[in-house]
Structure formats: structure tokens, C-alpha cells
Design a protein around this ligand. Structure first.
Ligand code: ADP
Ligand code: MG
Length: 228
């Protein structure tokens, strides 16, 4: 198993009370698996993704990445693991407006301290994989929403991460462009990439190998994707 989550609970303090956004969730993800997490707005999808992706810490429970319990990792150890081994894609692309497509993809590689020839090669390869080989020097404002999302996917995969996490990657896109993005995920998956994707669109979730449905912070359903 590449991810094992045991008994994950995440509570948020809110005003006078407390919200239990995740309740004792157990979940495993196999190496090379494409897992989709679906459910209604507020069901806890992003909260679960953020715990699995080490972007947040659970109130209780344990997470193992490749059999290593990362629950007790320090912030620095977690940051290191995120930068080197994980990749992230968000609904709003989260790319920097003043940097070109190539520079956006280059940035995390620079932070990793790779040498400049390797950085250039990895960034160009990643942009090629998402069919943006001809858009290296465009600024985000000179790209469509779908193209901006492909830049963010290139950035997420450029360092060959063990797992990519995507939170509603198609939520800002029309249905035609959404399908292009899903196709990119399917191609990465075919190459062996482990993917965990959140989407509230049931129809999009079914492109994955396995779909889990959340409701009120609990997994209420688990099914195989329709392409299986
Ligand atoms: P989803 O991604 O499925 O829409 P979320 O994981 O964002 O759901 O939220 C689950 C629940 O936790 C919701 O009730 C939401 O309002 C609440 N929540 C999420 N983030 C916070 C936060 N930072 N502080 C307080 N409540 C939060
Ligand atoms: Mg969400």
C-alpha cells in the first residue's frame, strides 16, 4: 500500500462549537491506483485529501506513506516529503500570474536544489506530457483555464512524485475542457502514476479505478469505476 490511513478524525473549532469534518475514516490506496473521492459539498472531501496529502494534520489517527508512519513527522520533515514525493493540483490552478508556464513548472524544481540542466529537462518534459510543449513562454493570462490547469498538472508531475493529489481539478472548467483534464489524468495513470482526486461530479469520479463516497465525514459507499 502506498497510503494507509487509520481512524482519521479531523475536528474544526468553529464559533461556539466544533465541526467533525472527518469521522474515524480508514482508507488504503495501492501503488498505481487512481482513487476518486466524491460526495456532496461539505461532506469532507477536501479535508480527507488534505490529511492524506500532508497539507493538514488530523485531530487523531495515523497515516502511513509507503509503510512509514508520518503522523509524528515534524513540520520540516513533512514539507520535505511534500516537496520531493508528492504533487498537488487545485481547483483554481494556484499558478503564479507573473511567471511563464515554464517558470511556474520550474519553481518547485529550483526549491529542490536540482541542477539547472536537469530542471530545464524535467520542466519541458512535464509540459510536453500535458501537450503544452508550444506554450512555454506564455503567462497564465495568455492561457485558457484548461491550459492553466495543465500547467499546474505539469508542475505537479515534473519531479516524478509518488502520489498526486487533485482537489476538484475540473470545477472551474466547462465540460469539454474537464474531459481533456480527466484524459490527462488517465494517461498519467496508464503510466503508473498513483492519483487521488476529489470531485463532486459523480460522472467524473467514475473514470477512476475506485470511487469512495463521503457523507458527513464518513465513507458511505465504495465502488469500482466504470472503465474497470
Ligand atoms: P468538501 O470538500 O466535501 O466540500 P470540506 O472538507 O471542505 O468539504 O468541509 C467539511 C466540513 O468541514 C464542512 O462542514 C466545512 O464547513 C467544514 N470546514 C472545512 N474547513 C474548515 C475550517 N478550516 N474551519 C472550520 N470548518 C471547516
Ligand atoms: Mg472541497
Amino acid at each position: 500500500m502506498i497510503i494507509q490511513a487509520q481512524n482519521l478524525t479531523r475536528k474544526y473549532k468553529s464559533g461556539l462549537g466544533e465541526i467533525v469534518a472527518l469521522k474515524n475514516v480508514d482508507l488504503t490506496v495501492k501503488k498505481g491506483e487512481f482513487l476518486a473521492i466524491t460526495g456532496r459539498s461539505g461532506s469532507g472531501k477536501s479535508t480527507l485529501l488534505y490529511q492524506l496529502g500532508l497539507l493538514d494534520r488530523p485531530t487523531s489517527g495515523d497515516i502511513y506513506i509507503e509503510d512509514v508512519n508520518v503522523s509524528n513527522f515534524s513540520d520540516i520533515e513533512r514539507t520535505h516529503l511534500r516537496l520531493k514525493e508528492l504533487g498537488y493540483i487545485f481547483q483554481d490552478y494556484a499558478i503564479l500570474p507573473s511567471l511563464t508556464a515554464l517558470e511556474n513548472v520550474t519553481l518547485p524544481l529550483l526549491m529542490m536544489g536540482l541542477d539547472s540542466r536537469e530542471i530545464k529537462k524535467k520542466a519541458e518534459t512535464a509540459l510536453g506530457k500535458v501537450s503544452l510543449g508550444h506554450r512555454f513562454s506564455n503567462l497564465p493570462s495568455q492561457l485558457s483555464g484548461g491550459e492553466q490547469q495543465r500547467v499546474s498538472i505539469a508542475r505537479a508531475i515534473s519531479h516524478d512524485p509518488k502520489i498526486i493529489f487533485a482537489d476538484e481539478p475540473t470545477a472551474n472548467l466547462d465540460s469539454e475542457t474537464s474531459k481533456v483534464i480527466l484524459q490527462v489524468f488517465l494517461e498519467l495513470h496508464k503510466e503508473g502514476q498513483t492519483i487521488v482526486m476529489v470531485t463532486h461530479e459523480k460522472e467524473y469520479a467514475t473514470v477512476a479505478d475506485r470511487v469512495i463516497t463521503l457523507s458527513d465525514g464518513e465513507i458511505i459507499k465504495e465502488s469500482r469505476g466504470s472503465l474497470q
